[in-house]
Ligand binder design. Structure first.
Ligand code: HEM
Ligand code: HEM
Length: 216
């Protein structure tokens, strides 16, 4: 069954490449900060797209299909520890919250970057719109939140490996191919897909939004 549509998969692996690029370029500093700015802005565009796709995308891309109550997440977590083999074609109730935490942290990261400054080479495109004190504060948030983001990513990757090794369920391959094998007892209805032209339209709108935000 097709679980992760092409836009979700491209979004995911682009994100991985761009976060690595943002991290490496920030470590190098100097002229590499130009690359940092561009990769960061592209992350912002992707996050805006993913938020829109969470409302207009196919079944398993929609927030309404995977954002469950905290109680459901706790119940699922307890079941997981007790060895239950509950199957969810899309994100499970715990994973759903992880996705939201990652998206929020990424939004904060790219959003504060717009206002950040390094006192030397680079000012974020909106830094001049706020006072130096505000820009410095948002720079601190940019630095602190990056560590939060790294922590979330570490838990995220460890969770994927936990399912692979301990639960013997490969979640990683479906994020590449898009497909999951259904369990025999699975009763879920076939997921509805959303058209690719709509994804292209929303991606274009996200790019335009970022451009309008940073254009002088
Ligand atoms: C920069 C690092 C990463 C970030 C920011 C990230 C972020 C995300 C996000 C936001 C989603 C939700 C996808 C969606 O619904 O749109 C997701 C899903 C997923 N990611 Fe990552 N990811 C990263 C690295 C990785 C790596 C290295 C792996 C492989 C080991 C991985 C495996 C997965 C899997 C398996 C899912 C689907 C989870 C499920 O079945 O519910 N991710 N990731
Ligand atoms: C999700 C994407 C982003 C990631 C992962 C990221 C990560 C980082 C990291 C790790 C640093 C180094 C912090 C330190 O010195 O300890 C940094 C600094 C910086 N980033 Fe980003 N960033 C992102 C997006 C952006 C964006 C969109 C902009 C602006 C367009 C931006 C502007 C800056 C600036 C000006 C600095 C220098 C601040 C300083 O020297 O402390 N970043 N970023």
């Amino acid at each position: 069954m097709r679980v992760w549509d092409l836009p979700v998969r491209v979004f995911h692996w682009m994100l991985v490449i761009l976060i690595a690029t943002s991290w490496i370029s920030a470590e190098i500093g100097g002229n590499a900060m130009q690359i940092h700015q561009w990769s960061g802005l592209t992350v912002l565009m992707l996050i805006l797209f993913r938020i829109a796709w969470g409302f207009f995308g196919g079944t398993h891309a929609r927030f309404s299909s995977f954002v469950r109550s905290p109680a459901a997440a706790v119940r699922y977590g307890i079941g997981l520890i007790r060895g239950s083999r509950e199957f969810h074609p899309g994100h499970n109730p715990l994973g759903g919250w992880m996705v939201m935490a990652l998206l929020l942290s990424l939004l904060i990261q790219a959003g504060t970057g717009l206002f950040a400054n390094d006192d030397i080479m680079l000012e974020g495109p909106l830094a001049a719109r706020v006072s130096k004190e505000t820009s410095d504060l948002l720079t601190v948030i940019h630095e602190v939140n990056f560590n939060v983001l790294l922590g979330l990513i570490a838990v995220h990757i460890l969770a994927a490996l936990f399912y692979l090794v301990v639960k013997r369920e490969n979640l990683i391959l479906p994020m590449i191919t898009g497909d999951k094998l259904l369990h025999d007892d699975d009763q879920s209805a076939a997921p509805r897909s959303a058209p690719l032209w709509l994804a292209a339209l929303l991606l274009g709108a996200s790019a335009a939004a970022v451009w309008l935000l940073v254009a002088d």
